[in-house]
Design a protein around this ligand. Structure first.
Ligand SMILES: NC(=O)c1ccc[n+]([C@@H]2O[C@H](COP(=O)([O-])OP(=O)(O)OC[C@H]3O[C@@H](n4cnc5c(N)ncnc54)[C@H](O)[C@@H]3O)[C@@H](O)[C@H]2O)c1
Length: 253
């Protein structure tokens, strides 16, 4: 299997892309460390993986808490080693022009989306550098490469994730550590549902969105998880500093 004997830590793994990634990694033989602020959801994901014959454990983790992040990663690395760190936890925000997004909302998004990924890299890198191997996969967005209107805080944060990933790749490469990002287009998760719920006619908005995609549909969490799995596994052993866009062709036309 593609992740046999590997230990994978995933943030925001109680739902959506993180949950799908946890399940795919477990299917490929990894010991999966499911982390999230949602204790109930995270525990349920870990339990379901175990019931299916996989190996998983849940650790409550708010990615904005750097001390707690380091403690969880240290505990995992000491017990099992640390092969893959997936910095997936993220948040969106209600749509609004840059002037309409207040300081509190801006800082909330930046804290989770930028500092949370920074904290994850910061916690994982010493272990990976010391062992001379490891793969970091950060979850960016189409907003890493496009400035989405009414999404200034989100776009700013996700662009930072991509460039942080490149810097980590440059710094950690000499130690045998790779860092990459996955940049999904709109994907059917509760984050998307939250966005659609703000629209006047959510179903019409969903159809309008899908119509803009060459494949005429939105992404599924499993499809993003498969891209993360590729970057986490040895199949991508010469890929580092890359932002893999998984958007059904949206950004190409
Ligand atoms: N769904 C999309 O259309 C889409 C598109 C591009 C990128 N993304 C990115 O994918 C990632 C996963 O999003 P999703 O769509 O699966 O959303 P989701 O809402 O289904 O999952 C996000 C998870 O992150 C957790 N979380 C939120 N704040 C946290 C924190 N401070 N610490 C730890 N966990 C926290 C939530 O509890 C939740 O389980 C995010 O980084 C998001 O920006 C999503």
């Amino acid at each position: 299997m593609r992740l046999d004997n590997k230990t994978v830590v995933i943030t925001g793994a109680a739902s959506g892309i993180g949950q799908a990634t946890a399940e795919r990694c477990a299917e490929e033989g990894a010991r999966v460390i499911v982390t999230d602020i949602d204790t109930e959801g995270g525990q349920a994901v870990a339990e379901a993986i175990e019931e299916d014959g996989g190996e998983a454990e849940f650790h409550e983790l708010d990615v904005t808490d750097s001390d707690r992040f380091q403690a969880v990663v240290d505990e995992v690395a000491d017990a099992y080693g640390l092969d893959v760190m997936v910095n997936n936890a993220g948040t969106g925000h209600p749509g609004g022009s840059l002037e309409e997004i207040d300081e509190e909302m801006r800082d909330f998004v930046i804290d989770i989306n930028i500092k949370g990924v920074w904290n994850g890299c910061d916690a994982a890198l010493p272990h990976m550098k010391e062992q001379g191997s490891g793969a970091i996969v950060n979850v960016g967005s189409l907003a890493s490469i496009l400035g989405l209107p009414k999404q200034a805080a989100y776009s700013t944060s996700k662009a930072a994730v991509l460039n942080m990933t490149r810097t980590v790749a440059a710094e950690a490469g000499p130690y045998g550590v790779r860092a990459n990002a996955v940049c999904p287009g709109f994907t059917e998760t509760q984050m998307l549902e939250g966005y659609l719920a703000q629209q006047e006619d959510p179903e019409a908005a969903r159809e309008e969105m899908a119509a803009d995609y060459p494949l005429k549909r939105l992404g599924k969490p499993d499809e993003i998880a498969d891209a993360i799995l590729f970057l986490a596994s040895d199949e991508s052993s010469f890929v580092s500093g890359h932002g893999l866009v998984v958007d059904g062709g949206f950004s190409t036309c």
